[in-house]
Design a protein around this ligand. Sequence first.
Ligand code: OFO
Length: 170
Amino acid sequence: MISNTMEKALNEQINKEMYSAYLYLSMSAHSTHSGLDGFANWFMVQYKEEMEHAMRLYSYLQDQGSKVQLKKIDEPLSTFKDPMDMFQKTLEHEKFITKSINDLMDLAIKEKDHATQIFLQWFVTEQIEEEANDNEIIGKLRLVGDKGNGMFMIDKELSQRTFTSELPSK
Ligand code: OFO
């Protein structure tokens, strides 16, 4: 049993995760269109991960006997200057999500909602990894600048990323 305030806040987070998925799917499409198949793969994996983040929240609300309320998903950006632009926007977005998760945690602490605090712990840890991944790729992109060869190498590296479901099995 969670509070109505918490139910509303977790439903809003589902929408943010769905928007994240939509944004990264858009970046994947843009990458494919630009001939950067490795980047397209990386963002497609990211899209799938974000869908799972949304589904974690979805299942948690249902496990708590709360109502899942899906809202309209905003249109994501669809044009980007270059890979650096995409990753800077990704990092910026992930910082926004980190703040949102921290706000949820603050609410759970304020409400002495222990179950939600434990549930949110996974997201707190995940956000550290998400920001670190983005910073690492931004660092590599900065190193290669606009050298085609370096970009080719990064594209090749990003093509190796694979999706593994992390959803807890029931
Ligand atoms: Fe990118 O971690 Fe969810 O949104």
